[in-house]
Design a protein around this ligand. Structure first.
Ligand code: ADP
Length: 183
């Protein structure tokens, strides 16, 4: 008999948790999630409520954007969590944490986090997906900075996110209909 490991539920298929701030979600994140679906049956985008820096978007706003973007993709689920990631993962049937790697600068932080999470829960593995060449320079932080200064972020974030950024920074939202910004 094959012994079922902790957190493994064969009926649900392979599940990965993709945690992060997603403040806001970008095409860099979306690219990672979509590629992960080649490996996993389901990816849960887990939006962290407890983040060190004050987020631009509330957790409800971040969740609403992710839910809207993936409303036609039932195997990408949006959720939020408070507190330790390992405690949240333990409540799901996932065994894998998914993270994206952009450049060597991401590595040290990610290496420490993955090692810490593994020491907190030895059943958990972290899987890293390398960024695509089109998005290696895309981060939520730089997107917010460019948007705040009035620069165009279309093509780097979904139109819905571009519109929300303009609303946040009180920039004119033009051509709403033509741009397909209605959600
Ligand atoms: P955090 O606030 O935990 O750094 P983020 O919301 O910024 O999380 O990102 C979540 C994950 O997605 C992180 O592993 C981050 O490295 C990854 N990520 C963010 N942007 C990109 C990108 N352009 N390409 C690949 N991975 C990315």
């Amino acid at each position: 008999m094959v012994k079922k490991k902790k957190g493994e539920d064969q009926d649900m298929g392979k599940v990965a948790i993709y945690p992060g701030s997603f403040d806001p979600i970008t095409y860099g994140h979306i690219d990672v999630v979509e590629r992960a679906l080649e490996i996993f049956d389901k990816v849960i985008i887990a939006i962290a409520e407890d983040v060190e820096k004050r987020p631009l978007f509330s957790v409800e706003e971040r969740l609403q954007m992710v839910k809207t973007i993936f409303k036609e993709t039932p195997n990408i689920i949006a959720d939020s969590f408070k507190g330790l990631l390992v405690d949240y993962v333990a409540k799901t049937n996932a065994k894998v944490i998914l993270r994206g790697l952009r450049a060597t600068s991401d590595f040290e932080y990610e290496f420490h986090m993955a090692s810490m999470n593994r020491s907190l829960n030895t059943y958990l593995d972290t899987l890293f997906m390398m960024t695509s060449k089109d998005y290696f320079f895309v981060s939520s932080r730089t997107i917010k900075e460019v948007a705040r200064l009035g620069g165009g972020v279309e093509g780097l974030v979904p139109d819905l996110v571009a519109r929300r950024l303009k609303e946040k920074f009180k920039l004119p939202v033009t051509k709403k209909k033509q741009m397909g910004w209605d959600d």
